[in-house]
Write a protein of this length. Sequence first.
Length: 343
Amino acid sequence: MELKLTQTTTAGGCGCKISPQHLHEILKGHRNEENDPRLLVGNSGNDDAAVMVWEGDSCLVHTTDFFLPVVDNPFDFGRIAAANALSDVWAMGGTPQMALAILGWPVGKLGTESASQAMQGAREICDQAGVVLAGGHSIETQEPLFGLSVTGRVSRSEIKQNHTIQSGDILYITKSLGVGVMSTALKRGLISEEQFLPALESMTQLNSFGAVAGKLSYVTAMTDVTGFGLVGHLMEMLQPKGLSAHLNFAAVPILEAAQPFIQQSIYADMAMKTYSRFAAETDISAMAQLIPLFDPQTSGGLLIAVNPGFENQFIEQARQSNQNVYRIGMCTNKEEKAIYVNS
């Protein structure tokens, strides 16, 4: 019987990230910017990519992202991994230009054809995005992993960071949550590949609207929602500024196909790891809210903070770009907790 990709791993997609608490411990003492005026965004915060001045107003955006399989089809695995990696450049307001593949493959278990299919899936996404997939590096591993190192461009005045959010800003998200729940159901054999299609479609939808949002001066901050879930990535936006946020749970988009599994309390392990890190900072306790709000997204949507005086312009710009945006809450001055959820 043919070995499925997800049978070779214990976790997959952005759900295989190191937990927020462990990552915090690892990076202690390493979050210092190099003393180089060319480096505008480095690792002092939790931004999605690094940014360096190149020439004049032109800057380079660079990121690396890879993970273990979240689906069994290697072609789809490549598509998802590529869309996820490119998203980090768009989340900074930039436009990706070139990518290099990162491939680790257990050739003895899975052969070479499946690895070639993953590469082909990535190439399809890169072609769709107008990105040159120029080469890469490969090693033989015990578990299959794949991703991209991506270089893009952005004007200095159009860089968007995650921690530049302001009190009063309105919060928008561009994709529905629930991908981690559905991926967990798929891995457990509770859902067919056909039933999984809504999640696949979401994960392969490009976040290219980020390059549009980068040009909008009233977009104050931006990130993409991946392995730490909506709450985890929103916390990364709020904590540096000492702000709070109120979320309208009824307005948070959740994949309809994920709802039955949420009701059965099916969730990815990373959801609880992130919850344990930030539980004291939120008023979330009901599982019906906890599971989707902490659900690790693979190639999730953009989380965008918009100046409240420009909501109509933002919505119109999204409409012109054929981009769905969902108004899910707002940012406030610091309150007792960082995140409150209204039912």
